[in-house]
Design a protein around this ligand. Structure first.
Ligand code: ISE
Length: 344
């Protein structure tokens, strides 16, 4: 009789809303893994998560968690500007790491991660672009893979957050924290790179600073001739919504109509809209972490890799330039390093 393999012992750094959800999933929904440790700058918050998730150890310090012999792999869900340094530390410790998006908050830091991984000669980084695991996004992709809709020619997306609730609001956060998902989706759906980007913003909320644009409209052209356009609206109030229509030469495939049931009552149709990304993307987060754990076991990485993380950030960085300058920006060609060619 062969012994059951030991579950992968995962340590989570950052136990806010996102890290807390990943911790819960690791504790009770992910096969082959165990939540072994948690760390948060707010120790009480980490302790609360550990207490509701069985026997996870609470670490005071992220270095300690990363180096610990009782941790096999690390999930980073701390604030965005801590990501790059923590990922580099995981690479130094040769531990697989799932980093929430964005991989870094500057191209320079993202490049350091790519370089470090190439030097190491092993792919250890997965970036949390969860839409790649969302059943609706996957269904749209499959429609195109069947060939029936012809060659895709345009991506039209919308991305709405409810706003309010004391969340920090800044152009950087909108570009690097939210729009970055669109840049990854575009590359993933179309297999083309960004060539030119134009961005305009509107301030719809008098409580925001004067130069903070909570509604952004993006227009992109891509290296293979496709076009892309999307909005990112942070004060949508009505609900959380992400949608894509992928337009092909012979037809289109659309996400958008409700994920939740349409109710017919009292003479009308109605459908609830999810209030938060944790609700809308709940299935995707589980599938993403399950795939990460299985990939570590198999030794074949899945999902977005460090190069994908870099390239999505390129969109955010040039988007910022385009917004600040009010003019379209040309994006220099970036050849992907051979090391990343076989990524799935
Ligand atoms: C948030 O951090 C997420 O990752 C959500 O998926 C995204 O839609 C939202 O805009 C971000 O703020």
């Amino acid at each position: 009789m062969t012994a059951e393999p030991r579950p992968l012992r995962v340590g989570v750094i950052g136990t806010g809303a996102m890290g807390g959800a990943h911790a819960d999933n690791l504790h009770s929904r992910i096969v082959g893994a165990q939540l072994a440790g948690v760390m948060d700058v707010d120790e009480a918050r980490a302790s609360e998560v550990a207490a509701r998730c069985g026997s996870a150890a609470v670490f005071r310090d992220s270095d300690e968690l990363i180096r610990s012999e009782s941790i096999d792999a690390v999930l980073i869900a701390s604030v965005d500007d801590t990501h790059a340094e923590l990922v580099l530390k995981c690479l130094r410790a040769k531990k697989p790491v799932m980093c929430e998006k964005p991989l870094a908050t500057s191209l320079v830091d993202a490049q350091k991660i790519v370089d470090a991984e190439i030097d190491l000669g092993r792919k250890l980084v997965q970036v949390g672009f969860c839409r790649r695991f969302d059943s609706q996004h996957l269904a749209v992709k499959r429609e195109f893979e069947s060939g029936a809709l012809g060659r895709p020619i345009m991506y039209k997306g919308w991305h709405r957050n409810v706003g309010g609730g004391g969340r920090e609001m800044s152009n950087e956060l909108f570009l690097f924290g939210s729009a970055v998902h669109e840049f990854d989706s575009i590359r993933w759906f179309l297999g083309q790179e960004l060539e030119e980007i134009y961005v305009r913003g509107v301030n719809t909320d008098p409580d925001l600073g004067e130069d903070v644009y909570d509604l952004l409209l993006f227009q992109l052209s891509l290296t293979g001739g496709c076009l892309a356009t999307f909005d990112v609206y942070q004060s949508a109030v009505y609900g959380y919504e992400i949608g894509v229509e992928l337009v092909g030469e012979r037809g289109t495939a659309l996400i958008g109509p409700p994920h939740l049931p349409v109710v017919r009552a009292a003479g009308s149709y109605s459908a609830r809209i999810e209030a938060h990304w944790l609700e809308r993307l709940g299935q995707a987060y589980i599938a993403e972490i399950q795939a990460w754990v299985a990939a570590i076991e198999r030794g074949t990485p899945v999902g977005a890799d460090a190069w994908d993380g870099y390239m999505a950030l390129l969109g955010s960085a040039y988007g910022m330039e385009a917004l600040n300058s009010g003019a379209p920006q040309q994006v220099p060609v970036h050849e992907s390093p051979a090391f990343y060619h076989d990524s799935g």
